[in-house]
Structures are given as structure tokens and as C-alpha cells.
Design a protein around this ligand. Sequence first.
Ligand SMILES: [Zn+2]
Length: 472
Amino acid sequence: MKHVLLSILMAFYMCITVVMAQSDAPVSGSEIAYEPYSATNPEISAEQYLELETRCNDNSARFIKASNVQKSSASVSLGWPIKAASGFTDCEYHFIGAYVDHNAATGAVTDYNCESNTYDGHHGTDFAAWPFGFYKMENNYVEIIAAAAGTIVDKHDGEFDRNCAGNKLLANYVIIQHSDGSRALYWHMKNTSVTTKAIGQQVAQGEYLGVIGSSGSSSGPHLHFEVWSGSAANTYIDPFAGTCNKINATSWWANQRPHTEPAVVKASVHTTDVVFATCPETGTITESNSFTVPFQGPGLAPGYAKFYIYLREATVGTTVNLSILNPDASVFASWTYPVTTYYKNTAYQWSKKLPTIPGDYTFQTDYNGKKCSSNFKISNSTDLKSQFSLSEIKIFPIPIKETSTLKGENIENGSYKITIQDIAGQILFCSEINIDNMSINLDLPTKQLGAGYYLISVETGNKRIIRKVFKI
Ligand SMILES: [Zn+2]
């Protein structure tokens, strides 16, 4: 009974416990803890459905001539309703949290493929951002786009978007009416992300509508995508065709994707353990693509980093191949992960010794016919210092006199620390300045220095130069 109950608990945020591991052994991932949605505690309440129907019908009557609606039994051809924003570099970014429920019996669920990836009474498809849903939301990484062209017949913005529970809150949303009179609901958008186009305006297929969020009755950033074949909420269909789809025989997708899509959605290198937060926290991602050797990560053995993979629907009995590739693409290290437990989405991590020779390396995974990788740079501290060219910072006159100046052009903006030490190492002057115009022009307090040798150092971040100067 408990197992059955657990299987019907659905929602979209997740709390993962990943065990710390200092060895090269894999550690277990764990499944997302779903908040419960149910027929009595849905994402869109009966009152909200009624309100939406009314608003859409009013706006449709106002903006769309009835003669323009093509009465046709043919459905529109839908594209995928989400996409990664430009500049986003993870391999993938979502999993399907729940399909439409085709089982009319209370307390029982069946998705279109006769499986159980749905919850009781669900009328839409849930596209959940994974991993780090709130981080993705904050950075606008997962965009909601129009699955089909049409007219905006309703939209709403301004609602709280870090909700963590099934409740009656209203979402930020857009509703598009297609040329055949069918409608698509895009629900749970990020606050202030909703398209600025007005109700009554047209959108093209693939056009931006908003950003994935957690507004409305929601427990983590996801899109609830729902299609009505007509003007009423009870005309909802399931865009996925399959044996157990009791509503429509044919797929509404231009290209229907598989029910499950096993994949490594992200492979990344981290300075220490990731903190997977509970809704509505963002978590601490600790990812880095640059390591300076000797490297010491918090809580890790010297020279080790954490290598993470984020999996979607990995199939029991399959194997994830992992490797660290040298700059010349030869193998620095490789290992495998045999999948022994099915999770809709989970993360695994390993502690691995980093390469020590400077260069550009790749953490690569090969799974289910696809490669997913991330690049990282190994540098040593002397490299970093030498990058900070002496020619960029000048001290004059040399030898230094009563008044001396430290000057540099085309330097990086940021906080700089300038110190003057005597030859015994005693600090005689120390100043921190902020550079925001890519140049430095600082009068050094050399008047009070006696004759002799001094060390003038300039530091920013982990870069530093030291000049030995003489005062006559
Ligand atoms: Zn949903």
C-alpha cells in the first residue's frame, strides 16, 4: 500500500542527499522527493479552470473572427514547448514530471503509454527543469515557447514564483488559441517573464512566451502544458498518442518524443560537494571549469575534485561510461557506472584526482548513444602570475624618488591590493583600490622611505606581480 501511495505522489521539486565520498568509489544518488498533487489538490483548481474558460472565450470573441477559425478535425502540429536559452551549455535541462492521466478511477493513474508517470486527474504534461531548477529560473535558462502559432487569448503575470506546494495560488501564464480553435495553456511561469505581447496579438511557432518558474500551485520550476481541443477545459487532449491514450488516437506532436529518454543531462566538475537545496532555495552548485594546482577543495583530499553526473530516467542494466580526457584527447582516467536502480532523475558523484599538467581537459560521459561533456582548465599558480604581464604595470621613475607613480593601462577591472615591503619583508604601506576604468594611476608614498631596496607588489584575485625597486 505504501508503495502504491508513493507512486502517485507527484510534484516538482526535489531534495537530493548525496553522500560525501573521498575515495574513487561511486556514491549513491537518490530520487527527487515529490510533493503531493492529486485530483483534490491540483495545479489548476476547478474555479481557476472556469475563470480561464470565461476569459479565453471573451477574448476570443473580441479578437478572433469566428469565420477565421478553421473547423477541422485535424489537430495542429505541435513543437516542443521549451528550449534552452542561448548561452546555456548543459547537455539537457529537463525531465517529464507527469503526463496526462487517462485512468478515470479515483486513486489510480495511467499515462498514455500504460505506465504511471502522471498523477490522479492530471490534464497536462509537466516539463520540469533539472538539475537546479531555481538556479535555472533565476538565470532564465529554460524558455517556454509557443508549441504552435496562434493568438494570445489570455495571459497573466506578477505572481509569486517560488511556490513549493500544491495549493490554490494563481500562476503566471499564457493561453494561445490556434487556427483550428484549439488552445494551449502554458502555466507556472517565472514572475515578470511573461511575453509583453498583448492579448489579441499573434505569436509564431517557437516564439518566446516566458521562463519556466514555480508560480501557482507548484513545488518547483516546471511548465504545465495543457491542450484543449475546443473552448472548454473539459476538452483537454493528450498530445502524446499511445495505447492507453483514451482521448485522442493520433499524436498532436510534429515529432513525438519517446515516453522515457534516458540521458546524462549534465556532466560537471566541482570544487567540493554540491548542496542540493530544498524548494525554494537555489542550492550551492560549486561548479568550476578552472582549477589552479596545487588544488585544495573544501573537505577533499589534496588535488581531488568532485565529478558529477545528473541523470534522467537511466535504465537498470545499462552503463554510463565516464572519462577525463587529456588536452590531446587521450584518456587521463576512465571509469564506469552500472545503473542498478531506476530513478526519474538523480545525481551521482565521484572524487577524482585532477590532472596536474596545465592544459584544457574534458570530463566526458558516454551514455545511451550520446556524449555529454564539460571542459575544464588546469593552471598552475606561476602561470597565473605570469599572465599578469609586467608590461601592464609600470613604476616610475626607476630608481624611485620622493614622488613615484604606479601606472597601468588596459588592465582588468577589479579590486587591487598594493603593498610596499622592505627587503626584510616588513609591510610599510598597504592600500586596496578598486579599478573600474581599466587603468591605474597611483602616487606611491615613497617620500618617507629611506634609501635602499623595496618590494612593491600588486595583487588582484589570484594574480600577483612583485617589483624590486631601489631608492637613491
Ligand atoms: Zn501539470
